[in-house]
Each structure stands twice: as C-alpha cells, then as structure tokens.
Design a protein. Sequence first.
Length: 327
Amino acid sequence: MDVHLLGVWDYVVISTVLLISSGIGIYCRFTGGKQSTVGEYLFADSNMHVVPVAFSLMASTVSAISLLGNASEIYTFGLQFIILFFGYVIVAPIASYVYLPIFFQLRVTSVYEYLGKRYGTIARLIGSLAYSLQMIFYSGLVLYAPALALEAVTGLSKNVAILSIGLVCTFYSTIGGMKAVIITDVFQSLLMFGALASIPIFAIQQSGSLTEIWRVAKEGNRTDLLNFEIDPTVRHSWFSLIIGGGITFLSQNCVSQTQVQRYLTVKDLKRARQALWLQFPIIVGLNLCTSLSGLAIYARYYDCDPVSNGSITSSDQVTYTFEMVKG
C-alpha cells in the first residue's frame, strides 16, 4: 500500500481548527457578560438557541472512539450495530417527561444536588465520586484515540498529541464557559460530518457507484439487519441492541452532568425537550455516515484485508488507513 503522510496544507488545516476552537473561547470570554456570573459561565445565561444545543448534546456523547470504532464495527461485523439507536426512541420520552421537568423545577447546578436533596449528603458524594472517576477514565480514552491516529499519519508522539488536544480543549472551556463549549461543539460537529462524508464520496469514485459498494457489502454479509435471536451470546441482535442502547442512552441523556447542564442552557422546559428530540436525527445522521464509511471501506478492502495481510494490527485502524492510503 502506498501510504501518504500529511502534507503542509494538512497541518495548516489542523492548526486552523485548533486556533478557531481557542478563538471561540477567547471571543466568549471578552463579549457579553464576560463570564462574570455563575449563570453565564455554567449555563450561558440560559439563553442558547435549540439547534446549537442539540448539536452540542450530540457532540458530548461522540468522540474519536465513536467515529473510528463505529466504522470499524461495520467494516468487521456489518450494519446490525445501527439498530442500537432505536433505543433512543424508547428513552427520549422518559428523559423528556420524567427527568427534565425535575431538573428545570429545581434549577440545580449539578445533577448531584438532586441526590443530596432526595437521599442525603452521602448519596450525593458517592454519585459525584463515581461520575468523576468515570469521566477521568473516559477522558483518557477520548484523548488517546485521536492521538493514535495523529501518530500514525504524522509521526507525532502520542504524548505530544494528547497534551496539545487536551490543552486546547481545556483552554477554550475554561475561559469561555458553557457558551464557548456549545459553539465549539457545533463547529466541530460540522467538521465531523464533512470528514465522514468524504470517505464514501472517495470510495464511490474508486468503485464507480454506491450500488457497487452495497453489492460488495451484501455479498460479504455486511448488510444483514434482521437478526431477532434472543441468545445473549450472539454478538448483535435486535433485542440486545435496543435494550443495551436504551440503557446507554438513558444514562447519557437523563442523569449525565454533561447533558443536563446543556439542557439548562435554554430558556425553558419546552426548548429543552426540542433540543433533546432534535439531537436524535443529528446523532442518527452522524452514525449513518460512519456506517456508510464502514461499508465503503469494506468494499475497498474485501479482497485484501489490511489486518489479515499484516499492514495494520487492528481493524480500529482501517478508517484512517483508508484515508491515508492510495491504491
């Protein structure tokens, strides 16, 4: 395989993205109320529009792990995984009519304030500690995944990549508050959609048509969506994906501090519900892009799997390998 490492313009694009993200934080710090109150810093004065909040809700649950991992999953095991997102349809009404009214009525700064009010200080401390530990480990993984990709295509040290990404994210979040976080989430979400769309477009140019990609994927048993087995040892089935997806989305959208804080950046409960429901087509659209990318990559490598021939060590590497390899 003829591997093409990043060129000058690629580095310009990466630097520009990091600078714009930092610039958003600086802009939000020195405009408006200049992040001088708790309400503005933590909740953007509860004055955000529904659409950017919906994008931010999606972005807070999507990372490089999702972007690289979902495409790899489809590449390796097929489309069945997308059934997971039907679990959201079950959870959204629960979040909308059970959880959101409570948070808006109490207007808590932290979801763990509710635990304290309802069950006492010990329950609040346990919940806070458990969530903090979860986010520490999660943040490490979220930073490590893009660092691996950058190391593969640039030769940049993982430690330098982790430090650079972490510092930029910490910088704009710290000085710009929640408003900067939401605006940056929208900016980065658009970049994610554009980057993922480029994969099937490039693959179609190589294969000739989307129909050809689907034909190859179907011949490789990557398009089966009708597994209704209840056997828990089967990798994917409708039941396991909907139940598992529902529980995952329940924890993310109902009791996660990152999500609840975003709900409270809009004026009222009605707008929070609109943001919650609007998040669904956005996150489904993004995951359809990753799924189509997985099929497109499979159509390219079905007869020369880079894992099997030793070109890469894991299927998690196929996405950026596809982007960086010609021929």
